[in-house]
Design a protein around this ligand. Structure first.
Ligand code: CP
Ligand code: NVA
Length: 334
């Protein structure tokens, strides 16, 4: 599968075969890292990382993936560079294309990353926008592949919570491409947009995926092998959203009761992180105090810390999967 020179902007730009080949390469790179046999294929390559929004995992995954492969990165923070406020995205794209072999962008508007890619002469990687989180999807699918008891079958998973944002959209559409059994479990006002639902159903009719979008947690969770959630108010959303979101999503909080609705005692819990599962963060403490969610917001601390939780395997897989994207798109042909 040749992905040389391709952008990585959203899941629907790729075929199931291409996404499968990225997952296979990520598993190989992970194994090579473990056995000390990694071969550097990005020596001399340089990638610019633009973070309009904050990040821990995505940033360190891009930085370390490039370093492990013999390349380098420069991190650009809009507040300490000209990006956006003094220089347009189109001009930034053309300037950075003269210096770098690739550009990663994390920010609010998906149109910004599309514009960057349109004007850049080098591959552009979407490190998260309000609409999609495609590098996270590779990590999530690799993690499900590693933890499933039926490796030959497509995964059966539910996403519970705020489903009209990046994680809900991406888990819906990625599952639709990959032939998965995807359940979106959320109050109707937080369902993915009609356009995204239509995109998913069209992709599902080609792949054989099963798509369920429901408000009924019991029906949506029955038989799911993996339960995903995400924070209830995402980066860049106004703080005032918390009251309404808590009211809408309290019945969908992932606790032991909700996990038991899968009917599978070995069902696994997943979260892209960061998570508000305890009161050791300023937001976690504030939301706990204001709304009486002392034992975690979107997920109870008990579930987060339970053996069912595979969130740190999922986090580690950001490294191996982002490395697979970088090697596939930037390495010189062998
Ligand atoms: N999951 C994820 O994207 O984490 P960061 O926000 O830390 O990059
Ligand atoms: N929905 C979250 C995902 C964080 C990785 C956000 O956009 O803040």
């Amino acid at each position: 599968m040749n992905l040389t020179g391709r952008d990585f902007l959203q899941e629907s730009d790729f075929s199931r075969g291409e996404l499968d080949s990225l997952l296979t390469l990520a598993a190989d790179l992970k194994a090579a890292r473990r056995t000390g046999t990694e071969v550097q294929r990005l020596q001399g390559k340089e990638v610019a990382l633009i973070f309009e929004k904050t990040s821990t995992r995505t940033r360190v995954a891009f930085e370390l993936a490039m370093r492990h492969q013999g390349g380098n990165v420069t991190v650009l923070d809009p507040s300490s560079s000209q990006v956006g406020h003094k220089e347009s995205i189109a001009d930034t794209a053309r300037v950075l294309s003269r210096f770098y072999d690739g550009i990663e962008f994390r920010g609010s508007s998906h149109d910004t990353v599309l514009e960057l890619a349109h004007h850049a002469d080098v591959p552009v990687f979407n490190g998260l926008t309000d609409l999609w989180h495609p590098t996270q999807m590779l990590a999530d699918f690799l993690t499900m592949r590693e933890h499933t008891s039926t490796p030959d079958a497509a995964p059966r998973y539910a996403y519970v919570g705020d489903a009209r944002y990046n994680m809900g959209n991406s888990l819906l559409v990625m599952g639709a491409i990959m032939g998965a059994d995807v359940r979106i479990v959320a109050p109707r006002v937080l369902w993915p947009s009609d356009d995204i639902q239509t995109m998913a159903r069209d992709l599902a009719s080609a792949s054989g995926a099963r798509i369920t979008i429901t408000e009924d947690a019991r029906a949506g969770l029955a038989g799911a092998e993996f339960v995903h959630t995400d924070i209830w108010v995402s980066m860049g959303e106004p703080e005032e959203e918390w009251a309404r979101r808590v009211e809408l999503l309290r019945p969908y909080r992932v606790d032991a009761d909700l996990m038991s609705m899968t009917g599978d005692p070995s069902a696994k819990f997943m979260h892209c992180l960061p998570a508000y599962h305890d009161q050791n963060t300023t937001v976690g403490r504030k939301v706990a105090a204001e709304f009486g969610l002392a034992d975690g917001v979107e997920v109870s601390d008990a579930v987060f810390e339970s053996p069912a939780s595979i969130v740190f395997d999922q986090a580690e897989n950001r490294l191996h999967t982002i490395k697979a994207v970088l090697v596939s798109t930037l390495a010189d042909p062998q």
